[in-house]
Design a protein around this ligand. Structure first.
Ligand code: PLP
Length: 467
């Protein structure tokens, strides 16, 4: 494909994308295929001679679309949102064209510098404490990761390295393996599974902090304090706490042991750009690192998981590598982060922040929260259902009053219908349905249609099963 053909095909692709997104709600949101469906649709080996572009495009509908779960359908209510906006898609095209890898400032100065400034812009939108803003002289700052899971791991590894360094500074004879085998990290029993995995990768003990329904499943500072004291008494070394909520940090603000506090607000973080939701981040002043995913709810397409640290040197110190081929003339002034930065993901932030403006982004978040409230009031108005957890942002956890079986059957019927898509969760032993407002194009009419379908299926299920 030469540049002339690329111009033509590129325009066609933009049309294809716009058509796909404009008509997405006509497609079943959830695919009807069996595992392995795709292999039989394409050759066993790559073609010896090139295929034509037309052949490739034809196969999008034949091979790919039947197996796609349409995350951007306004009938998709599963998991959490994943962002999708036209400015971000255009920026992604440009990023692909520039195609640089920013592993050092010199490898592409604009890549490192735009990321640094975009992280400051976003940090200021969130009203992060000044310590987390790089500016021109700050000690802290932000770096883009691929996912929140990566951010949790990176923070854990940096915390491990800091803990070992601190102990060795006061006890240089102590063997390092003797330290790491005693390290213990903590996270809520409600935490995302990526936390447990991070513990496995880092090779450290990860303890779950028990939570209660009566505390809205938030970690209590007192529980954490007790666990830390018991572990210290048993000769262990508490070094890392990861939480979605900040208030336990407030209660643990003494923190004489310098335990690393990481806040993971993967989904909720986007809402903190609205003053009315910013109190959810109170306590951030006690944290060492903070992360959330603009690629979830801030209209910046995957991947873009933003992570800030109070002290960049904690990350640089943990991951520093200085091979000759990465050295450059501006080594010190250009050094920003541990790798410095990577892909040109900040272009997506730049396009989105400029083309929506803070006001546009706030409106977007508020609209989703309103839609969730609308769904919540539909549930509350129906005596057969109950709300299972407070509705704070765009997620509604609800269930039919009755057995887990009846709720499991209801969810199966909902998803088998393929018109709307939801996933479950478990809260205090109860099978609960999660309704997350996800797509950029979701409107009130979609919410009402989803509720109509849910209640119609609930009627059927309740007639068939004792509840
Ligand atoms: N942490 C929390 C609190 C989450 O809600 C999620 C996903 O929803 C994750 C981590 C995982 O995010 P990622 O897929 O970016 O690793």
């Amino acid at each position: 494909m030469d540049a002339a053909e690329f111009r033509r095909r590129g325009k066609e692709m933009v049309d294809l994308i716009a058509d796909y997104l404009e008509n997405i709600e006509q497609r079943p949101v959830y695919p009807d295929v069996e595992p392995g469906y795709l292999r039989s649709l394409i050759p066993e080996e790559a073609p010896e001679e090139p295929d034509t572009y037309e052949d490739v495009v034809k196969d999008i509908e034949r091979v790919i679309m039947p197996g796609v779960t349409h995350w951007h359908s306004p009938y998709f209510y599963a998991y959490f949102p994943t962002a999708n906006s036209f400015p971000a898609m255009l920026a992604d095209m440009l990023s692909g064209a520039i195609g640089c890898i920013g592993f050092s400032w010199a490898a592409s100065p604009a890549c490192t510098e735009l990321e640094t400034v975009m992280m400051d812009w976003l940090g200021k939108m969130l009203k992060l404490p000044e310590d987390f803003i790089a500016g021109t002289h700050g000690q802290g700052g932000g770096v883009i990761q691929g996912t929140a899971s990566e951010a949790t791991l990176v923070a854990l590894l940096a915390a491990r390295s800091r803990a070992v360094r601190m102990i060795l500074a006061s006890d240089p004879q102590r063997p390092e393996t003797g330290i790491t085998s005693k390290l213990v990290a903590y996270s809520s029993d409600q935490a995302h599974c990526s936390v447990e995995r991070a513990g496995m990768i880092a090779g450290v003990r990860m303890k779950k902090i028990p939570t209660e329904q009566s505390d809205k499943y938030a970690v209590q500072g007192e529980t954490l304090r007790r666990m830390i004291q018991e572990d210290k008494a048993a000769g262990l070394i508490p070094f890392y706490v990861r939480t979605e909520h900040t208030h336990p940090l407030l209660q643990y603000s003494g923190n004489a042991e310098k335990i690393w506090m990481h806040i993971d607000a993967a989904y909720a973080g986007s809402s903190f750009i609205c003053p009315e939701f910013r109190p959810l981040l109170n306590g951030i002043e006690f944290a060492d690192s903070f992360n959330f995913n603009p690629h979830k709810w801030l209209l910046v397409n995957f991947d873009c998981s933003t992570m800030w640290v109070r002290k960049r040197s904690d990350l640089i110190g943990a991951f520093k590598m200085d091979p000759l081929y990465l050295k450059h003339d501006h080594q010190e002034s250009g050094r920003y982060f541990y790798t410095d930065n990577s892909l040109f993901r900040s272009l997506k932030m730049w396009f989105v922040f400029r083309m929506y403006g803070l006001k546009g982004l706030q409106d977007y978040i508020r609209k989703h929260v309103e839609l969730a409230k609308e769904f919540e009031s539909l549930v509350r108005a129906d005596q057969r259902f109950e709300i299972s957890a407070d509705v704070v942002l765009g997620l509604v956890c609800f269930r039919l009053k009755g057995s887990n079986e009846v709720n499991e059957t209801l969810l199966k019927r909902i998803n088998n219908g393929r018109k709307i898509h939801l996933v479950p969760c478990q809260l205090s032993g109860q099978f609960v349905l999660r309704f997350a407002v996800c797509a950029r194009t979701t409107e009130s009419r979609h919410i009402r249609e989803a509720w109509r379908l849910i209640t119609q299926l609930a009627e059927e299920v309740m007639q068939e099963l004792p509840h």
